[in-house]
Design a protein around this ligand. Structure first.
Ligand code: GLY
Length: 402
């Protein structure tokens, strides 16, 4: 019998399983396709500064601490597995395209400075000196020297290997229900009817976390799927197209281009309230390509090698839910919204501390799963974050909230 069951094997579940197993517990991850969900789609930005959101200042400390946890986490994972997880501390450049975009970027800069964040304002010319592929039309740049990146698919590969080596059981079943008695959780039932018993269960099922049967209403995390479509482009000669992550505001819409060492460029992302739909659409693809080409015109020469959509797990206030639920023995670790990659190591640390009866890092308090903002029904939609992406009234938020 496992000490701990992780329901879901994305970045959050696998990172939590690895850390918990290293702390000496017997851990099972239950997922029919570990690493096959939103984590595979993520571009891998670690961007607490450039993704800062108006009205969500309360989680800046968490996001900064999460980014600072990454170098050691990546190094530990690479040491354990020999796999390069693509942690590249090259910073992020955020540019504005037209005059209105430049004004919005300047406002964002003022907000970031007010929050004491590490960011530098540069001219369009300076931005082009750093990234020569940028369009001459780019007007303003912000350099966020601490917003780095990883390769999520490499992290997933490494975590699966690290988990296996650390004795974590990967059970490729689908969890049908959480099992509990009158007092506490006792395990889970898988779709084939088998009951896996454990007195500690961690719900790490991303956007599906609220859909699992057997959860009492007051322990069910109100997460909903927020669809994101991304594209992979590739230089035919395998040459890196950009050095840093480039983000842009283009005619009031936000776009990001995240380079990989092998010449790929990940371009994202839509934000769509479409339930559990993961269809790739022509409209989102066209918008992403148009906006990316506006700031990096050379992308027109690249191969389009992949189009994919994933589902971010999003809560009513966009902050994650990490901690013990109201059902004794059931822990929640989901709702990471746009920050799943960024928050994976710090979430794993918190899960490991909590299952061992220890106090987690106090910065995690903002993610209390029992906070009043989460006492809503999971079918209630909230307005998308009014940050870089909505300040700009993105019409990429297609199918928006009611
Ligand atoms: N953090 C990037 C995204 O969610 O699209």
């Amino acid at each position: 019998m496992a000490d701990v069951l992780m329901v879901g094997g994305g970045l959050i579940g696998l990172a939590s399983a690895w850390q918990t197993a290293r702390a000496g517990l017997a851990v099972t991850v239950i997922d029919p396709d570990p690493g096959g969900g939103a984590s595979r789609v993520a571009a891998g930005m670690l961007a607490p500064v450039t993704e800062v959101v108006y009205g969500e200042q309360d989680r800046v400390a968490l996001n900064i601490a999460a980014a600072r946890r990454w170098p050691a986490f990546a190094a530990e994972l690479e040491r354990a597995t020999g796999i390069d997880v693509g942690y590249r501390p090259t910073g992020t450049l955020l540019v504005g395209f037209d005059q209105d975009d430049a004004a919005a970027v300047a406002d964002l800069y003022a907000f970031q400075k007010e929050l004491g964040l590490e960011v530098q304002r540069v001219t369009g010319v300076d931005a082009r000196t750093q990234e020569p592929m940028l369009s001459p039309r780019v007007r303003i740049g912000l350099i966020a020297g601490e917003d780095h990146r990883v390769e999520p698919r490499a992290v997933l590969r490494a975590l699966i290997r690290a988990c296996t080596d650390a004795g974590v059981e990967l059970d490729r079943s689908r969890v049908a229900s959480i099992e509990h008695d009158d007092e506490r959780v006792v395990g889970v039932r898988t779709e084939d009817g088998e009951v896996r018993r454990a007195d500690r269960v961690v719900l790490t099922a991303g956007a599906w976390s609220g859909t699992i049967d057997g959860l009492p209403d007051d322990a069910r995390p109100p997460v909903r799927p927020l669809k994101g479509q991304v594209l992979h482009l590739r230089d035919p000669g395998g040459r890196p197209v950009l050095h840093t992550t480039v983000r842009g505001l283009v005619r009031h819409r936000s776009i990001y281009l995240v380079p990989r060492d092998d010449g790929r460029l990940v371009v994202g992302a839509s934000q769509e309230e479409r339930g559990f739909d993961t269809t790739v659409t022509a409209g989102a693809t066209r918008e992403l390509l148009d906006d990316a080409a506006a700031i990096v015109p050379g992308i027109d020469e690249l191969e389009l090698t992949e189009t994919i959509a994933g589902l971010r797990p999003t809560t009513p206030d966009n902050a994650p839910a990490i901690g013990w639920s109201r059902l004794p023995g059931l822990m929640i670790a989901t709702g990471h919204h746009r920050n799943g990659v960024l928050l994976a190591p710090i979430t794993a640390d918190a899960v490991t501390a909590l299952v061992n009866g220890k106090d987690p890092d106090p910065v995690i308090a903002v993610a209390d799963p029992n906070r009043p903002a989460l006492a809503t029904r999971s079918d209630q939609r909230t307005v998308p974050s009014p940050g870089l992406d909505a300040l700009i009234s993105s019409n990429r938020n297609t199918g928006g909230p009611p």
